[in-house]
Design a protein around this ligand. Sequence first.
Ligand code: AMP
Length: 130
Amino acid sequence: MASIFTKIIAGEIPSYKIAEDENYYAFLDINPNAKGHTLVIPKREENKIFDLSKDEYDGLMSFSYRVAKALEKTIPCERIGMSVIGLEVPHVHVHLIPIHKMDDMRFISKEKLNQDEFVAIANAVAENFE
Ligand code: AMP
């Protein structure tokens, strides 16, 4: 069965898209730790990050780098934190989180955003994506 993220890529489920290319897709996390919390995924569905081929892994990291640069330009923060967990959604995803403090990386303190705020953040980051 297709993962929820494969359905997002296919446009069957909506997402707040930031950027995509042939192989990778970046969009806002729907339950963000902080404003701008973004997920970067390979379009090819794979459960665990280290089951990707080396080339696919390198491509995912390069794409994440570009997304992180756009986040840094757009969202006031101390730095961009990065983590990979994947216990909830079995489709590889890199969390990029604009953080102010350690707790922002702990998936406990959540930011409540409305639809307009999600759209505004996604569009602003997308404009800075190079
Ligand atoms: P994990 O698999 O533990 O790394 O966490 C999965 C992440 O995916 C969580 O941070 C969720 O908030 C996020 N998530 C789940 N469904 C969606 C969705 N439809 N759109 C955006 N983010 C999602």
